[in-house]
Design a protein around this ligand. Structure first.
Ligand code: 13P
Ligand code: SF4
Length: 303
């Protein structure tokens, strides 16, 4: 079916069923174009909690849909491809976190929202890249902090806040594809450009950058900056988002290899099928959802 016909069917069915389409900033262009709301992980969590529609088509990855489902147990949260996972989120499980907590009694557990519901259920407070610094700042200085699963986001927060933290050793495989040589070569080609990178990159990439920002903050920063060229050190979908918002500015991916294959599993065909079948629904067992909700609610209140 041609894309235009797919889009028409999706929009018609969405109206008929009273659904809303949320999409993360890394989604493919054709998905960004039909979304009702686009955003970073924090925006999307907040939206999922306050939107009136009872059916949410979540164009992102599993932990995002799961977070929305935990916040809104009365809504149907649909992930068009239930296999769109996040390898980083799967790098720590509940048993591993429990063992770490036993080793550090009294420590406050902060988990990146890129984690499973079972891990969130053992967490004191979640964070996203947008509010990680505020979340850590909200914890009394004398308290030890366990942070996971992203060692690089954790290391970056630790540097910014001067707090030493017990870090889990997870990472985002897509952000690790960016190489320092790629940034140096682009700086040579675009000497006037600002290099902005996501805090999920490793410190060697951060050392090459002018600034580290989550995807929502990149949007704000690029809009407010006088600069007209930006080298963007995050998942490549972000450049489409920025180009659409600021067509007069140039956005160059730091690496064409920084692709999140899971984000790209969502397609127009799968969205249409989701609306037709009202599935696959992401549901979280009540006991786990109830235990995880407080940590997520604390997250959406901060920053
Ligand atoms: P943000 O959009 O919250 O910066 O997160 C990036 C990310 O990796 C989501 O998986
Ligand atoms: Fe997970 Fe990385 Fe993909 Fe984000 S970009 S969903 S952290 S694998």
């Amino acid at each position: 079916m041609p894309a235009s016909e797919l889009v028409e069917k999706i929009l018609r069915l969405k109206e008929k069923k009273g659904a809303v389409i949320l999409a993360h900033n890394y989604q493919p262009p054709e998905i960004q174009d039909i979304a009702d709301h686009l955003g970073d992980s924090l925006d999307l969590s907040r939206l999922a909690a306050r939107l009136e529609e009872k059916i949410i088509i979540f164009c992102g990855v599993h932990f995002m849909a799961e977070t929305a489902a935990i916040l809104s147990p009365d809504k149907k949260v649909i992930l068009p491809d239930p296999k769109a996972g996040c390898p980083m989120a799967d790098m720590i499980d509940a048993e591993q976190l429990h063992l770490l907590q036993e080793k550090h009694p009294g420590a406050v557990t902060v988990m990146y929202v890129n984690s499973t519901a079972e891990v969130k259920a053992l967490t004191d407070i979640c964070c996203t890249s947008a509010n990680a610094l505020d979340v850590v700042d909200s914890i009394p200085e004398e308290k030890k902090i366990i942070f996971g699963p992203d060692q690089y986001l954790g290391g970056w927060i630790s540097l910014q806040t001067d707090r030493s933290m017990i870090l889990w050793n997870g990472f985002c495989p897509s952000h690790q594809k960016i190489m320092p040589e790629e940034i140096r070569a682009l700086r040579g080609k675009y000497p006037e450009a600002i290099v902005m990178v996501h805090p999920e990159v490793n410190p060697a990439i951060e050392a090459e950058a002018d600034i580290a920002l989550g995807t929502g903050s990149m949007i704000k920063f690029a809009g407010e900056s006088d600069a007209t060229t930006f080298i963007v050190g995050t998942e490549v979908g972000m450049c489409y988002r920025l180009e659409k918002l600021y067509p007069e500015k140039a956005f160059i991916p730091a690496s064409p290899n920084a692709v999140c294959p899971n984000m790209k599993k969502i397609s127009l065909e799968k969205i249409l099928a989701s609306l037709e079948n009202l599935g696959p629904v992401i549901a979280v067992e009540k006991e786990i959802a109830d235990a995880a909700r407080t940590a997520i609610e604390r997250m959406i209140e901060i920053g």
